[in-house]
Design a protein around this ligand. Structure first.
Ligand SMILES: Nc1nc2c(ncn2[C@@H]2O[C@H](COP(=O)(O)OP(=O)(O)OP(=O)(O)O)[C@@H](O)[C@H]2O)c(=O)[nH]1
Ligand SMILES: [Mg+2]
Length: 401
């Protein structure tokens, strides 16, 4: 009898242990009890099994067993912790380029007040004597418009004011607006060429003296292109400083553009070549090549720039060579422009730091000097402070509404 009782007790214990194991192993796979305050409504209602699959609504996020498994110690009934996710840097969505100059106009007006408003005030004087015309001339020269364009403008203004006779402020404003627009030029194509026909990618090279804003401009331009729905590869052909490639890469990462870089002090031409090669392989729309800041007096460096161009052109001709000029350097910028133009065929000018100088007249001077249009202007250090150059908006900002 005792043996029978003992056997029954052992059987009960064994069954109990086995049952516990089953429950335990089930619990491992099943969902945790819903937390008392915030039940997870996305989780399936009970232990998932094969038959449930077909019933799971298609548009409802499905969670695998691994996903809903409790972390260690989680069986206490606390809320399910999200599984760790890979850290992907959040991509920025750059501002569209349309209307940028309108947004940045206040900056332009502030810095170029002396030019436009100054001219208007002078022209509004009751007696336009020789001294006044000289002052008008000085205003234009101080704003770096350049001697030749200044003389042309003053001559035209004198003639038109004489014909006009009495002048109302509105007449003067529209007269000045027209003449300034003529000087800046409204009939040139200022689009940055990035879409060659029947070929991808478009190739853009950015050149200029050190510190003018090349890397910043390359980064900002990548944002402009991304904002317009294009894909971009960046080529860090400034191999003199490791920091230069890092700087460019940071710009790229912010908008998801891949940066091709080479070893420090490596051959810039081969980095540029590789950038275009990778761009082709990746099937991107545009490759932007940032180059080193080089002193125009160092002919060796200029030769190197010529080499970068030649090597890249083994792939395809450059679609755009943008010369970046710092507007605050005034006439010095013109000297640089000349030297660069001898080595590479400049197709567009980017005038940076127009927010920090009253010398906006350099737009006119540099276009005359190179016979190449200003295509973009930099109006600040912010990521979206690069705007397409629009003569009308520019002139309106100078003279105010
Ligand atoms: N205010 C203002 N600052 C600008 C503008 N564009 C560039 N900068 C600043 O100018 C400085 C130099 O810019 P970079 O892009 O590094 O110049 P870089 O030509 O690449 O220089 P190197 O690589 O040394 O040749 C940075 O501090 C920029 O933020 C602009 O439009 N306005
Ligand atoms: Mg740079």
């Amino acid at each position: 009898m005792e043996t029978v009782i003992l056997a029954v007790v052992i059987a009960v214990v064994v069954l109990g242990v086995l049952g516990g194991l089953v429950v335990g192993s089930r619990r491992k796979k099943s969902l945790p009890p819903p937390p008392p305050t915030a039940p997870d409504i996305t989780a399936p209602p009970a232990e998932p099994h094969v038959g449930d699959e077909a019933e799971t609504p298609r548009d409802e996020p499905r969670r695998t067993i691994e996903e809903v498994d409790l972390p260690d110690g989680g069986s206490t009934g606390t809320a399910v912790e999200e599984p760790p996710v890979l850290e992907v840097p959040e991509l920025e969505i750059p501002e569209p380029t349309e209307g940028r100059l309108v947004r940045l106009r206040a900056r332009l007006s502030r810095s170029q007040n002396a030019l436009g408003k100054g001219l208007l005030t002078l022209l509004s004087r009751e007696h336009l004597d020789e001294d006044t015309w000289e002052e008008i001339e000085d205003t234009l020269l101080t704003a770096d418009v350049g001697v030749q364009p200044t003389q042309e403008l003053v001559e035209r203004l004198r003639e038109r004011v004489r014909v006009l006779g009495t002048r109302t402020p509105e007449e003067l404003r529209s007269l000045l607006r027209e003449e300034l627009l003529k000087l800046v030029g409204t009939d040139v194509d200022r689009t940055v060429k990035t879409e060659p026909e029947e070929r991808k990618p478009g190739i853009v090279m950015v050149v200029g003296v050190n510190g003018t804003g090349k890397t910043t401009t390359t980064g900002k331009l990548a944002r402009v292109l991304v904002a317009d729905g294009r894909t971009v590869v960046l080529g860090a052909a400034d191999t003199f400083r490791a920091a230069a490639a890092d700087q460019l890469q940071t710009w790229g990462e912010r908008v998801g553009a891949h940066t091709v870089r080479g070893p420090e002090a490596g051959d810039p031409a081969s980095v540029a070549f590789d950038a275009v090669k990778e761009g082709k392989e990746m099937g991107v729309d545009v490759v932007l090549i940032d180059t080193a800041g080089r002193l125009h007096t160092k002919t060796g460096l200029m030769d190197e720039l010529g080499k970068v161009k030649r090597v890249v052109e083994k792939h395809a001709p450059l679609d755009e060579v943008l010369l970046v000029l710092d507007a605050t350097t005034g006439q010095n910028g013109l000297v640089q422009a000349r030297v660069f133009a001898e080595v590479v065929n400049i197709t567009g000018i980017v005038l940076t730091k127009l927010d920090g100088t009253a010398k906006g007249g350099i737009v006119v001077a540099v276009q005359r000097e190179l016979g190449v249009p200003v295509k973009l202007i930099g109006l600040g250090e912010g990521a979206d402070d690069l705007a397409p150059f629009e003569p009308e908006a520019f002139v309106d900002a100078l003279i105010g509404d």
